[in-house]
Design a protein around this ligand. Structure first.
Ligand code: SF4
Length: 347
């Protein structure tokens, strides 16, 4: 496969380009252009012959925007990106008072099989390269430049299990926070995982201060096993132990995602059980009212149920909030846009 220069550090770029007989400063120039989302043809301070040579040997920007869906309610934009091999992934651009957050994908599809998630319906097609993850940031930034904005925060919460694509994700984190590149602070990045204990510990040992977000979704193993196949491999206790290790090493509280599902995990008793489970842990619970998934017999909850669950946790001194709904009129569950695109291609 042709090398994607966007996925290389300045030093690696220099090594890659040295057989072409280019001076070291060229690698710096090219790194800077690539990290601004530019194509070889736009690198105006390079000789034309070099631009043409690069274009014949390498890939510059490996991702393009295929579809944009803008919410009329709050300006949230749902994006469908095209990759070079005809695969596509989704992303969401969300506007907050503190900046613009990009939700990006780390794999095409996902192998983890969570019952409430459309991203996993066809399994995992393949993992994304670091350049493809960066490419999503470049595309979003090019779009945002039209309104004088830029991506300031990133959540790795689109399709895919980031820790199953460990090396590429870590490379991405180092590149996107590179001072001569996008320079997005690692403290502005969250990584969401369904809970792979060994990889959580490994990430903690990297010493990258990203926020770890665990998809918990249940107060006990029995309910979690019904919703998430990964729970058959690792108990909640093993997973939370790895989270505590992460907390100790990185010093950032853990975010626990909890989708409220009627008659499954949203009763008062579940809230109390969850509070007992989390007592003493430095964490924050993010409550997500589920969009009903009829195919799987999973139903959303009422406003009253959300408030009562939240109040119970708060009364038990567990930090919790309800996740703000963004772009309700355009998105539906994560993974649905890609599913729709795939269906349109086959009909
Ligand atoms: S919720 Fe995340 S880990 Fe689970 S299937 Fe969906 S993308 Fe994969």
């Amino acid at each position: 496969m042709t090398t994607e220069l966007l996925g290389l550090t300045p030093e690696e770029l220099q090594t890659e380009l040295s057989p072409l007989g280019e001076k070291p400063f060229r690698a710096k120039q090219i790194f800077s252009w690539l990290q601004r989302g530019m194509r070889f043809s736009e690198m105006s301070n390079l000789p034309l012959a070099l631009r043409e040579k690069l274009a014949s040997l390498y890939v510059d920007q490996p991702v393009e925007i295929l579809e944009r869906h803008v919410s009329q309610m709050d300006g949230t934009v749902k994006l469908l990106y095209a990759l070079r091999d005809q695969n596509c992934v989704e992303g969401v651009v969300m506007r907050y008072h503190y900046g613009v957050t990009l939700c990006l994908s780390t794999q095409v599809g996902c192998a983890m099989g969570c019952a409430f998630c459309a991203s996993t319906l066809d399994g995992c097609v393949r993992s994304l390269t670091a350049a493809e993850m960066l490419g999503q940031v470049m595309c979003a930034d090019r779009m945002l430049a039209e309104s004088g904005e830029r991506v300031s925060h990133i959540v790795l919460m689109g399709s895919g299990e980031p820790l199953q694509n460990y090396d590429n994700v870590v490379r991405f984190l180092r590149l996107v926070s590179h001072p001569e590149g996008k320079n997005i602070g690692l403290r502005h990045i969250s990584l969401s995982t369904c809970g792979l204990p060994a990889q959580i510990r490994r990430l903690a040992d990297e010493g990258l201060p990203v926020t770890l977000s665990l998809s918990l979704h249940a107060p006990n193993d029995r309910i979690r096993q019904r919703l998430m196949p990964v729970a058959k491999r690792y108990t909640i206790e093993e997973t939370l132990d790895a989270c505590r290790y992460y907390l100790k090493k990185i010093g950032r509280r853990i975010i626990l995602e909890y989708a409220l599902i009627d008659k499954v995990n949203a009763d008062q008793a579940h809230a109390l059980e969850l509070a007992r489970l989390l007592r003493g842990m430095q964490c924050h619970v993010n409550l997500i009212p589920l969009n009903t998934v009829r195919e799987r017999n999973l139903f959303g909850v009422t406003e009253g149920q959300v408030t009562s669950f939240l109040n119970t946790l708060t009364a038990q001194h567990i930090s919790a909030t309800r996740r703000r709904e963004m772009g309700d009129d355009i998105q539906g569950a994560c993974g649905q846009l890609r599913q729709k695109h795939l269906k349109e291609q086959t009909t």
